[in-house]
Design a protein around this ligand. Structure first.
Ligand SMILES: C[S@@+](CC[C@H](N)C(=O)[O-])C[C@H]1O[C@@H](n2cnc3c(N)ncnc32)[C@H](O)[C@@H]1O
Length: 276
């Protein structure tokens, strides 16, 4: 959901204080704009506390960094939205720690949103390439300048073999609706000894369809793990969606169809190139 421009102007005003779990606007502005802002902050999970000493919208969790992401993107996820959920800061740290991102590593973020993870990767010295479908969020990523390259478009349409080399690490929080397709496609971008870490909808842990069962078997085979995340992991985005974290380590000669694996395959079309 887009912030109306007048509400965005109030929330990004330098006098507005967004700290810990509170949003406090210490100046007067139009009542109509306050009503709109109040409705949005409530939608995001806040309650208005009218006590003289507080006079602020108070969230049941730290809102500071999440709100920074939302304001940078000019939008916020409503309770009913299923598409854009910026990864909360503590989970971003957990993902980057688990992936073991160090200075100089190449990292792919294939559904980069407004850059919650790309900024942490860059802070650690990773060389990150970001892919994002939504044109407004692409602009945000470009303005942030954390990514070595920002690719605007559908990640599922990218051909791994357009890249000369695979990535050391892939970290992702793909759209929940077809997250498994995103993860399977992303494996084609990692090096043989790379690591992929992804947030996924929790039901991947027990779904009985063929694709989920085969995926879990593959995770086990490579010594990976699927760990349930706490139920409130995305509470700060106003959603109770239950999630898990997929850890997928590659190794030379392993079964993952990595970038190196794809490069090792014979070029089938050459077999029929009679003109050669
Ligand atoms: C759950 S959000 C995660 C955002 C970001 N990874 C983060 O940590 O804040 C998923 C993002 O993937 C983007 N997306 C959805 N489908 C995509 C696709 N096919 N290719 C690239 N990005 C996509 C959405 O626009 C959204 O910004």
């Amino acid at each position: 959901m887009r912030f109306p421009s007048d509400v965005l102007a109030v929330l990004t005003d330098p006098r507005t204080v967004i700290r810990d779990n509170r949003v406090h606007v210490p100046f007067q502005f139009e009542l109509e704009v306050w009503r709109r802002m109040n409705a949005i902050l409530k939608e995001m999970g806040a309650v208005w506390n009218n006590r003289k000493a507080i006079r602020a919208h108070v969230f049941p969790y730290r809102i500071e960094e999440f709100m920074r992401q939302c304001l940078a993107a000019g939008e916020y996820p409503s309770k009913y939205e299923q598409g854009w959920f910026p990864t909360p800061p503590s989970l971003t740290m957990q993902i980057c720690d688990l992936a073991g991102i160090y200075a100089g590593m190449t990292v792919l973020e294939p559904s980069a949103g407004s850059g919650a993870m790309t900024s942490e990767i860059a802070r650690r010295g990773g060389l990150v390439d970001a892919v994002e479908l939504d044109a407004r969020r692409v602009e945000v990523l470009r303005e942030q300048g954390d990514a070595r390259k920002v690719i605007a478009g559908n990640f599922l349409d990218l051909d791994p073999l357009d890249y000369a080399e695979g990535f050391d690490r892939v970290v992702m929080n793909p759209p929940f609706s077809n997250g498994l397709d995103h993860i399977k496609h992303a494996i084609g971008f990692m090096k043989d000894d790379g690591i992929l870490v992804s947030v996924m909808i929790e039901s991947l842990m027990w779904w009985s369809d063929k694709a989920s069962v085969e995926f879990r078997a593959m995770v086990e085979e490579v010594g990976g793990e699927i760990e349930k995340l706490p139920d409130d992991s995305f509470a700060m985005c106003g959603t109770n969606v239950r999630t898990c974290l997929v850890f997928l380590p590659g190794y030379a000669g392993g079964p993952l169809r990595t970038h190196d694996w794809l490069k090792r395959q014979p070029k089938q079309l050459d077999l029929f190139d009679f003109a050669a």
